[in-house]
Design a protein around this ligand. Sequence first.
Ligand code: NAD
Ligand code: WQD
Length: 335
Amino acid sequence: MKKVLVTGGTGYIGSHTAVELLQNGYEVEIVDNLFNSKITVVDQIEKITGKRPVFHQVDLLDATQLDQIVANGHFDSVIHFAGLKAVGESVEKPLDYYRNNITGTVNLLESMKKNGVNEFIFSSSATVYGVQDSPEYIETMTTGANISSPYGRTKCFIEEIVKDYSVANPEFKAVLLRYFNPIGAHPSGLIGEDPNGIPNNLMPIIMRVMDGRIAKLQIYGDDYPTEDGTCRRDYIHVVDLAKGHMAALEHMQAGTQIFNLGSGKPSSVKEMIAAFEKASGEALPCEVGPRRAGDLPEFWANPSKAERELGWRTVLTIDDAMRDTINYLNKVKEN
Ligand code: NAD
Ligand code: WQD
């Protein structure tokens, strides 16, 4: 069975993927600088799986320490989640984003090259599509035009870096996974999304309204050209997303492959609020505010390539995600 280095493995998506890997017999080591996650996640992964991944608190910008981990690990594959991801912050601090995300990735690829590790999966994002003529995004669309933030551009640049590297190294096998909007938590309630600082995304904000840390949810505009006037996105349960990584790992081939990971079914902000209220049995305090700059009315994944080539598709719904999120919040409150 493969041995996998998971960068950003104590983070939201990385921790769920580490669980899936361990439960399917893969050996896992994690490297994370804990900038946006907590060391206790390693204990939670162990509680869920009965296996404790080796954990290295190391920054990918520290090339010397990173080299040591990669040299000693004898990894077959790397799944690269580590990165900064706050869209708004990236507009204010673009250089931090370029240094952390791009230099971190180049350091990682250099370490992999030195140590003969040739399988690489990268957390890309629907954001690389920018603005398109159709709201259903498919992998064959041209990327890179009208990307709304430096964060988004780091994803786009890294995709190009990976493609160039795999052209220069015919034995290199890369997969770029373009995630849509990940939500939900592990059904055990032991891991979930727990960002440090002020959250930016819809679900973490809803969670903070539920636990009382934010008074009410601001709906960013209800005058969009959609059925109920609010924006529509393709929300994907994080456990489905984690399973997408496993499917990719089982289908590695020379060159760079690209897959959307989404459900293909968009939901509006109002539908998300209704689903949350149904799962919690409580009204969610909210009010309609102005539009947020840069938001597109709607977009969703065409997920048919992943289904056809990886045999993967989403099975969980937004109702499952709401139930698991509330379970996670309740567990956090108990401890
Ligand atoms: P997260 O912040 O929960 O996890 C990222 C982890 O990387 C954190 O634990 C952080 O401490 C770590 N990290 C950051 N910079 C590092 C560095 N230089 N060295 C070592 N560790 C570092 O985020 P997430 O939601 O789990 O996202 C994982 C990846 O998926 C990110 O690359 C993100 O851009 C991408 N992505 C996320 C979403 C989303 O909405 N959550 C959507 C598309 C793509
Ligand atoms: C979802 C919807 C908001 C907060 C971002 C990144 C993207 C990707 C996923 C990483 C939108 C509405 C939100 C609030 C609201 N990340 N909303 N009130 O903008 O689709 O995508 O996260 O790659 O790159 O841009 O996600 O969760 O911020 O917003 O009404 O307080 O919820 O307008 O329609 P988004 P989001």
